[in-house]
Design a protein around this ligand. Structure first.
Ligand SMILES: [Zn+2]
Ligand SMILES: [Zn+2]
Length: 174
């Protein structure tokens, strides 16, 4: 969905959209929506600049970094964005604006891409590192067993020579 600025009455307007999981393109491929993503917001024009603020709400699924099990996370994000036409960006008071902790983006001066806002807000809401639980034991690199649900004998039977060397090093160090 795009908001055409020409169609805004009096330079302002509200918008809302519900994205079905298969409708949102360009989302980071490690993130899957498990329910529709709702966005609500308001657009306001001030000269050539555009201010967009609102809220994004959904649930997403990502993989645990250690065991690859799916982990579901809620996304509930407020945003306040400022758009500056590309041509104006260089001469703008971007430095002053960033002091107000506004996120400034460059746009084409014609329309605002709402898909992009949703994708960005979801990406910001998902931590760079996700674990299914704090103490996830992960997967055995040798046999592939999920160490949260079972144990294997790989580690105890034959110790990887690299680890053995490391142990020896640690011992002499202490
Ligand atoms: Zn895990
Ligand atoms: Zn194993």
């Amino acid at each position: 969905m795009r908001i055409e600025l020409e169609k805004l009455e009096g330079g302002r307007g509200d918008f809302a959209h519900v994205y079905q999981p298969d409708e949102l393109e360009g989302l980071d491929e490690r993130i899957k929506l498990t329910q529709p993503a709702e966005i609500k917001g308001a657009v306001k024009r001030a000269g050539n600049d555009v201010f967009v603020d609102g809220h994004v709400e959904t649930r997403v699924q990502v993989e645990c970094d250690r065991c690859l099990k799916p982990v579901e996370l809620p996304v509930s994000a407020d945003f306040a964005l400022e758009y500056i036409p590309g041509a104006d960006y260089e001469s703008s008071s971007a430095a002053a604006l960033s002091e107000e902790e506004m996120s400034v983006s460059v746009f084409d001066g014609q329309s605002i891409d709402v898909d992009e806002i949703v994708n960005e807000q979801i990406l910001l809401a998902v931590p760079a590192r996700t674990l299914c639980r704090e103490d996830c034991k992960g997967i055995c690199p040798d046999c592939g067993i999920d160490l949260n649900t079972g144990q294997c004998n790989c580690a105890s039977q034959d110790v990887d020579p690299r680890w053995a060397a490391l142990k020896g090093f640690q011992n002499t160090d202490s």
